[in-house]
Design a protein around this ligand. Structure first.
Ligand SMILES: *Cc1c(COP(=O)(O)O)cnc(C)c1O
Length: 395
C-alpha cells in the first residue's frame, strides 16, 4: 500500500477520514489497528536524548501511539489545528475553559448549556476569579451588548442539552472575534460530521466521546479540537493538567470512530421517524427536535447543520407526576438513565426551571428527553404506546 500523506488526507471525504485517519499499519507490523500502548515510563537511548527530550514519545501522560492515533484522526475530521483527549467529556470542557481564562476574566455561557458546565462555572471557575454571565441562547449577534472589556470567552452549545434551543454560532463567532474572545462550543450532539465547528468560527470544540464515539455506553472520554489560534494554549494547559484517559478507553474510542458515520445515520433516521410519530400523539404537546420541520430552531439547523443525531425531547400535555411515573416505570425498551449515544434507547424526565437565570423554562407540561437507539422502530413505538396508555389511565 502507498502511504497516505497529510495532503491526501485533507482531500478525503468524512467517511474516508473516519476509516483511515490516525492509522498507519506499516508502523504496527501490518496490523490494521494501532494497538493499546500501556505505559508511564518511556526509555531514552542516550544521555543526550533524555537531556534534550529527543524521543518522539517522552512520558505516558504526554501521549502514546494510541492516544496520538485518536488525536490525529479527530484533528483531520474536525478540520482543526490539534486535538487533546481527556478522561471524560466534562474534563474536556474544564481543560477547554481553563486554557482561555484567567482570574479577573468574564465568561459568557448559554443558559441552555449542559448542567455540569454550569456547575463548573458557578463553582471552580468562580473560586478562581472568573465571573460568568448566562445568556439567552437565542441571542445571536445581540451578544455584542453582553461583551465586556474583560470577556475572554463565549461558551455555546447547539442544540442545548435537554431543551434543544439552537444557536446562531456564526453570528456569535463574528462578535466574539471582534472582541478578541474565544468561542467555545459543546458540539457533542452534532459531532464534526454534522457541524464542522472550526469552519463555522469556533475556536475550541468539545466532544463527549462517551456518547457517539463509543456507541456502546461502555466508555468515558472527552476531546477538545482547536483552531490555530486556540491550539498552543490548549495543548499547554492539557500538559499542565495531565487529565489523560486510560489506553483501553482510547482504543475503544478509535474502534467506535471507524463506524460512527453509519451509526449516526441510523440514529438520525430512527429519531426523525419517532419524533414525527410523537408529534401526532394526542399526549404530546410539543416535540423539540431541531431537524424536524416546524420544530423550534429548525431554520438555523437547516442553514448550518448537515444532519442530526438521535437525541431530542418532548413536552407532554399537563399530567400528574404519578401519571408520568406510571408511563416510565414499566417501559421495557427505553431505559431511564443519564448519558446517551449508545445502541440502546433511553428516556429521562427533566426540568430546567430551578437553575435557569437568563431564560424562563415553562414548557407547559412534563418534559422527557429521548435517546433513540438501534432497536426496531415498531417495537419502540409499541413500548411508548403502552406507556401512553398508562399515562392516560393514571390521569
Ligand atoms: C455527556 C455530555 C458531556 C459530558 O460527558 P461525560 O463524559 O459524561 O463527562 C458534555 N456535554 C454534553 C452535551 C453531554 O451530553
Amino acid at each position: 500500500m502507498k502511504k497516505i500523506t497529510p495532503q491526501d488526507a485533507a482531500r478525503f471525504g468524512v467517511r474516508t477520514k473516519l476509516v483511515h485517519a490516525g492509522r498507519d499499519p506499516s508502523e504496527q507490523h501490518g496490523f490494521v489497528n494501532t494497538p493499546i500502548y500501556r505505559g508511564s515510563t518511556v526509555l531514552y537511548p542516550s544521555y543526550d536524548a533524555i537531556k534534550h527530550r529527543r524521543n518522539r514519545y517522552t512520558y505516558g501522560t504526554k501521549g502514546t501511539p494510541t492516544t496520538e492515533a485518536l488525536e490525529t484522526a479527530w484533528t483531520q475530521l474536525a478540520n482543526a489545528a490539534g486535538t487533546i483527549v481527556t478522561s471524560s467529556g466534562l474534563a474536556a470542557i474544564t481543560v477547554a475553559l481553563l486554557s482561555c481564562l484567567k482570574a479577573g476574566d468574564h465568561l459568557l455561557v448559554a443558559d441552555s448549556a449542559y448542567l455540569p458546565t454550569r456547575t463548573l462555572c458557578n463553582g471552580l471557575l468562580k473560586r478562581f476569579g472568573v465571573e460568568t454571565t448566562f445568556y439567552d441562547p437565542s441571542v445571536g449577534s445581540d451578544i455584542a451588548a453582553l461583551m465586556r472589556p474583560n470577556t475572554a470567552a463565549v461558551l455555546t452549545e447547539a442544540p442545548g442539552s435537554q431543551s434543544f434551543e439552537m444557536q446562531d454560532i456564526p453570528a456569535i463567532a463574528e462578535v466574539a472575534r471582534r472582541h478578541d474572545a474565544m468561542v467555545v462550543m459543546d458540539n457533542t450532539w452534532a459531532t464534526p460530521l454534522f457541524f464542522p465547528p472550526h469552519d463555522m468560527g469556533v475556536d475550541l470544540a468539545i466532544e463527549a466521546g462517551t456518547k457517539y464515539l463509543s456507541g456502546g455506553s461502555d466508555l468515558l472520554l472527552g476531546m477538545v479540537s482547536a483552531s490555530a489560534k486556540a491550539w498552543p494554549r490548549l495543548r499547554a494547559t492539557y500538559d499542565e493538567m495531565a487529565v489523560c484517559p486510560g489506553p483501553e478507553d482510547v482504543f475503544l474510542a478509535l474502534r467506535g470512530l471507524r463506524t460512527m458515520a453509519l451509526r449516526l445515520k441510523e440514529h438520525e433516521r430512527q429519531a426523525l421517524d419517532l419524533a414525527a410519530w410523537l408529534r401526532e400523539r394526542p399526549e404530546v404537546k410539543q416535540v423539540l427536535h431541531p431537524a424536524l420541520p416546524g420544530a423550534p430552531g429548525h431554520d438555523l439547523w437547516k442553514r448550518d447543520f448537515k444532519g442530526s443525531s438521535g437525541l431530542f425531547s418532548i413536552i407532554l400535555h399537563p399530567a400528574s407526576e404519578a401519571a408520568v411515573a406510571a408511563m416510565l416505570d414499566d417501559l421495557q425498551l427505553f431505559g431511564m438513565g443519564y448519558s446517551w449515544g449508545g445502541f440502546e434507547s433511553l428516556v429521562i424526565p427533566f426540568d430546567c426551571a430551578s437553575y435557569r437565570t437568563a431564560t424562563r423554562w415553562a414548557p407547559g407540561g412534563p418534559a422527557l428527553r429521548i435517546q433513540v437507539g438501534l432497536e426496531d422502530l415498531d417495537d419502540l413505538k409499541a413500548d411508548l404506546d403502552a406507556g401512553f396508555a398508562r399515562l392516560r389511565a393514571a390521569g
